[in-house]
Ligand binder design. Structure first.
Ligand SMILES: Nc1ncnc2c1ncn2[C@@H]1O[C@H](COP(=O)(O)OP(=O)(O)OP(=O)(O)O)[C@@H](O)[C@H]1O
Ligand SMILES: [Mg+2]
Length: 220
């Protein structure tokens, strides 16, 4: 009896407005063109319970953000549910999963203040993710000014900003540097993509890595 091949797990990371959601759709279309079953999801969120936690963290009651440790715990609680209910069952069924933000975002966003140590964040994330580590993480990198212009162009003037979007330029610069550090420290899993280019050029660069994953999946 032949077993269904496990799907592959791809995560998209990077600061706000770098083009993660745009790339997610482009990769889904290209994979679908190769006959691959794909599910798109996001963090925090992806399941009803995790989406409820997303709302709590991004628009906290009273407007005051949770402290970084509380945020990290909530993000990981949401992730645990997301992994159990959506990501692992999909991968087991042979479906590929493309997730818009995942554990690297927790390490970056809840680590940037310095209030929670990188070791604590990494060990929490490792415990929750367990063996379900992404096969490939594409980290979108662009100057903060470009990403902010894109977001400004996308959003109407009345759109509410969430607790992360409201932070200042220094915060967003630190986020960019922290993602680049992760890419440097885990070069096998993480690929830094120059996201300042045209959407098609970004998708081509990303696709070169996804195509490698596809050919290795076909061999095994
Ligand atoms: N390479 C690109 N060049 C120019 N504009 C782009 C590019 N990629 C995305 N955009 C546009 O920039 C805006 C932000 O892109 P997108 O929503 O994909 O970013 P995001 O990383 O998902 O943002 P967020 O973190 O806010 O969810 C959108 O209006 C999108 O159409
Ligand atoms: Mg998005």
């Amino acid at each position: 009896m032949s077993q269904t091949a496990r799907g592959r797990f791809i995560t998209l990371e990077g600061g706000e407005g770098t083009g993660k959601s745009t790339l997610q759709i482009a990769l889904r279309d290209r994979l679908a063109g190769q006959g691959v079953d794909v599910v798109l999801t996001r963090e925090p969120g992806g399941t009803p319970r995790a989406e409820a936690i997303r709302a709590l963290v991004l628009t906290p009651p009273g407007g005051k953000p949770f402290a970084p440790l509380a945020e990290a715990l909530l993000m990981n609680a949401a992730r645990s549910d997301h992994l159990d209910e959506l990501i692992r069952p999909a991968l087991s069924a042979g479906t590929w999963v493309i997730c818009d933000r995942f554990s690297d975002s927790t390490r970056v966003y809840q680590g940037v203040s310095g209030e929670v140590s990188p070791e604590a964040l990494q060990s929490l994330v490792a415990h929750v993710v367990g063996p379900t580590c992404p096969d490939l993480t594409l980290i979108l990198d662009a100057p903060v000014s470009i990403a902010q212009e894109r977001r400004a162009a996308r959003k109407g003037p009345k759109d509410a900003q969430d607790v992360f979007e409201q932070r200042d330029l220094d915060f967003h610069q630190s986020v960019r540097l922290a993602f680049a550090d992760i890419a440097r420290s885990e070069p096998d899993r993480c690929k830094l993509i120059d996201a300042s280019r045209l959407p098609n050029e970004v998708a081509d660069a990303a696709w070169s890595h996804v195509a490698q994953l596809l050919s290795s999946a076909e061999v095994h």
